[in-house]
Design a protein around this ligand. Structure first.
Ligand code: 4NP
Length: 162
């Protein structure tokens, strides 16, 4: 990813379901608002089980039904150095948040957020892990991601005068 004015990293456990979906949906939204060169977007996982793999086929199919192509993404593990590169590190659930807190360098804690804090009306704090469930889980994940992406983009536009 090229360094942009504002850089956002989405983080889940495996980086093959929730965070690649968030990367795709949020990038598409930023592009629709003419901000693709201004906001950089990436994703990572707190675990490395699937490093090097493309997103889960079910996640790809669900995203594509909403016009979002995840096929060029490649899973990687989140690192402490990500906190220097990104302005917003968005945890998909409380477990991801705890794992990110554990690798967050001193002085960078203000960059770590719960993604769904930007969807306060959703009634959820965690984006539920869809990996071991059925197809409906992926639709729910995308609904939550779309709602929080709109809230996050609104926040970034206001905060950075975009
Ligand atoms: P994700 O989903 O964190 O949304 O990418 C998962 C993917 C893989 C595993 C767990 C969750 N796993 O245990 O392999």
């Amino acid at each position: 990813m090229e360094i942009a004015l504002v850089n956002v990293l989405f983080v889940c456990l495996g980086n093959i379901c929730r965070s690649p979906s968030a990367e795709g949906v949020f990038s598409a939204l930023a592009a629709r608002e003419g901000l693709s060169g201004v906001i950089g977007v990436d994703s990572a996982g707190t675990a490395a089980y699937h490093a090097g793999e493309p997103p889960d086929r079910r996640a790809q199919e669900a995203a594509l039904r909403r016009g979002v192509d995840l096929s060029r993404q490649c899973a990687r593990k989140a690192a402490s150095s990500d906190f220097a590169k990104f302005d917003y590190v968005m945890a998909m659930d409380r477990e991801n948040h705890r794992n990110l807190q554990a690798i967050c360098p001193a002085g960078q804690e203000h960059k770590l957020f719960m993604f769904l804090d930007f969807a306060p009306e959703s009634g959820h704090r965690d984006v539920p892990d869809p990996y071991y469930g059925g197809g409906q889980g992926f639709e729910m994940v995308l609904n939550l991601i779309e709602e929080a992406s709109a809230g996050l983009l609104r926040h970034i536009r206001e905060k950075h005068g975009l």
